[in-house]
Design a protein around this ligand. Sequence first.
Ligand SMILES: [Zn+2]
Length: 336
Amino acid sequence: MGYGSLTENAIRPDELMARSFELLEEDTKRLMADRNEFITVSCPACSKTETTLFCEKRGMSFVRCNECETVYGSPRPTEQRLAQYYREATYYDYWNQYIYPASEGARRERIVQPRVKRILEIAKRLGVGRERLIEIGAGTGQFCESMAETNHFQEIVAVEPTPASAESCRARGITVLQQPVESVNERDGNADLIVSFEVLEHLFSPMAYLECCKRLTKPGGMIVVTCPNVKGFDVNLLREVSDTVTPEHLNLFHPNSLKCLFESVGLEVLQLMTPGRLDAEIVRKKTLAGKFDLTDHPELKTILLDEWDDRGGPFQDSLEKNMQSSHMWIVARKNL
Ligand SMILES: [Zn+2]
């Protein structure tokens, strides 16, 4: 694969993104106006309570667990307030109306298809059953649609509570359970494979969510989850300048703490990886936009600015290989 084949601009067109960030800022401003009703929570990975301040972003305090180094928003909105936030957020309407349609082709080629390919590789390698795949938080249904085209699974089901997104799934011919995962009946579960992309970081309780995923998985079935890695290159370097650090992303795990979380709900972790392709480009763009300064990192400045064309790709490859990308995957099994 050529190094230029996944660029940030194609999947997140710049001019549309600028407007979407304004909306996100307005949405989070409304959420943060209720800050005095937020509640302090213990670590979402290890449940310990001793923390150190990591950073502040748009009024949200992000703390780092002294025990496992998970970074998380606390105090955070209650589960009810969070649900209200997602019901009312204009940001997601904007994505559904403008960004997804404008970038559908690019997203399919550069995000969805590689995702399908990776899931198939995992499913074949680990001998995952082929009867039933469930995607939780399926969004507009691009993944389910592309996976269905491979005919690998007999049945593909999307769990998607948001009405507009569920409608988009149905328009693609996908079976949808339009309800939150907590209320999905166990007999509608029975999955050989559950997948959930970029959902975990948004949740009030990742542990409760994983319990639900586990409940809907067959004994011996697999769960694959993706989320940001707070120890990954761009997030670790940019901290509050990173778009990943936002009041919406309440839980920022890293490989070890994510493993700890999965094990705490009784899942066996089979694989962790960070197959991200965008870290270096994200830092480069923040620097070129004057939002981050690489003066204190002369070696990075050379790679990301002066010698980008030659060294950017190999540098990103090394992040991916060494578990240092901010885009993380975990593969786990529900044992008999
Ligand atoms: Zn912890």
